[in-house]
Design a protein around this ligand. Sequence first.
Ligand SMILES: [Zn+2]
Length: 185
Amino acid sequence: MTGPRARRPSRPEAAAELRRLWAPWRARYVRKAAGTGERCIFCFGALGAAARRRRLVLYAGPAALVMLNRYPYNNGHLLIAPRRHAASPELLTPADRGTLGEVLTASLAVLRRALKPAAFNLGANLGRSAGAGIADHFHWHVVPRWDGDTNFMTVTASTRVVSEHLAASFERLYLLFKTLNAALS
Ligand SMILES: [Zn+2]
């Protein structure tokens, strides 16, 4: 049986994976949701525990927020956004950009501790032509990586498996983000 760690990717596979990462098929689903009149997923007020779980919000400070991506490229795929509804970082205040950077850094530390990734992909798509699913509200993608993990979405191609991953990851990461809340706020 070949698992996700069974072999390292060859160069063509790595190239295909890069396309998948930054011009993903999942964006269609996000756009579909965004086009149904639902409000921006990054803009919300105070959330109770149940709403936080439903929305996969791990951290919501005054200037920045962290949530698990509902359409993950890999286990622990985070979205990190400013609280301000702005399409690009130059529209944020320097203070908000600074906080966003601190939250991004703290999130890397949490992921390293919780999931022990070998590496990360960090990136942002600014504008629809760049592949942004939610183009109006700037956000970083943080994708933990493990050696030989390129088959993750093939392995977890069913909605049931992905949602189980999400629920388990949320509980695990939420506890760690809780301890960081005071430092981040
Ligand atoms: Zn927004």
